[in-house]
Each structure stands twice: as C-alpha cells, then as structure tokens.
Design a protein around this ligand. Structure first.
Ligand code: FES
Length: 184
C-alpha cells in the first residue's frame, strides 16, 4: 500500500471561509448517510474520521452547516473523546506500549529506536503520511512485553533488531514499486 493523503483537493471556494464544492458534496453525503439530529454528533464525527483518519476542519464546518448541529457542539464532542484526531494520521499507526510491564521490559528503548528510525516524536506523522507514532498505557498482552501495535497487528518481545525489521517491512510495502526493466 502506498502512503499518501486521502484529503480532497479544495479548488473551488464557495464563499465560506474554507468550504469548497468537494467538501460540501462530501458533507451532504455524510449527513444524509448518518443523520442530522444532535444525537448523531458522534456518528457524524466518526464517519468523517473513518474517511480521512482525522477531522479536517473544513469538513467538520460543512457538516455542522448541513446538519445544523452547532460547530461548538461538534468540537465539544470531538475534544471530549480521545478517539478523535485533529491532525492527519499516517497510513500505519504505531502504538508503543508504555505500561508497567513494557516499561520494565524496555519500552523506552523501543520508542527511542522508532523515533530515530522514522524521525518523528510521539503524536507526530511522517512527512509522507506513512507512519504516525503514539504511546499507549497498556495493550492488554503484558506477558509479551515489550510490545507495539501497528494497525491491528501486535509485535511482541521487541528487540532493537526486531523493531528495525518490522519497520523495514512496512516501509518496503509502502514504497512505490519500480517498473521492471527485464534482464538480470
Ligand atoms: S504493559 Fe504493555 S501490554 Fe500491558
């Protein structure tokens, strides 16, 4: 899978501060799919995030207008729940466990290796939007410490070599494939 933004191109302004035709169309689509009553604030935000892996400001504003749910309500909900993100997220979310068992098992070193390999800190995303890095309290498999999770896959009993090998595997699968020129 190549890593790239899923954001829409915002080419045509409609007069609102940041609204464009694609954004307006998408907002209408989301509202008609999910619903427009105030109790749909969470599902609306979840649908936005499912599509973009974060909450683009212009789309949240457009959904607010389309649903007539006040923007302050949508942002109030979005900031209350940890599941919502306000910054773009990479294709692969790396969660490094910093719980007690993992901490004792060397989680700090694991996180340092990842930061060094990817050139990002916790809470950041690589420039190509391939990887985002987060720390979490416990991934629920303490006997396998130290552990990290990429997407839904757990990597256990981490070592420096294992972390580097796992990252390399993802980086290679994300890299554009070069055209074959034949020959040997
Ligand atoms: S402390 Fe890391 S999985 Fe529980």
């Amino acid at each position: 899978m190549l890593c790239r933004s899923t954001d829409k191109q915002h080419a045509v302004s409609l007069g609102e501060p940041s609204e464009t035709i694609p954004v307006l169309i998408e907002a209408r689509e989301i509202v008609s799919l999910v619903g427009s009553a105030p109790e749909y604030a969470i599902p609306l935000l979840q649908e936005i995030q499912r599509r973009h892996r974060y909450l683009p400001q212009d789309l949240v504003e457009a959904v607010s207008r389309e649903s007539q749910i006040p923007l302050s309500t949508l942002y109030g909900v979005a900031t209350f729940y940890a599941q919502f993100r306000f910054k773009p997220q990479g294709t692969y979310l790396i969660r490094v466990c910093q719980g007690t068992a993992c901490h004792v098992g060397g989680a700090a070193l694991a996180a340092a290796v990842i930061r060094q390999e990817l050139g990002i800190q916790e809470g950041e995303t690589t420039g190509d939007r391939c990887f985002s890095l987060e720390s979490v309290a416990c991934l629920g498999c303490c006997s396998l410490a130290p552990v990290l999770m990429i997407g839904e896959t757990i990597y256990a009993k981490l070592s420096v070599a294992k972390i580097k090998a796992v990252l390399k595997e993802y980086q290679e699968s994300a890299a554009p494939k070069e055209a074959s020129h034949g020959g040997s």
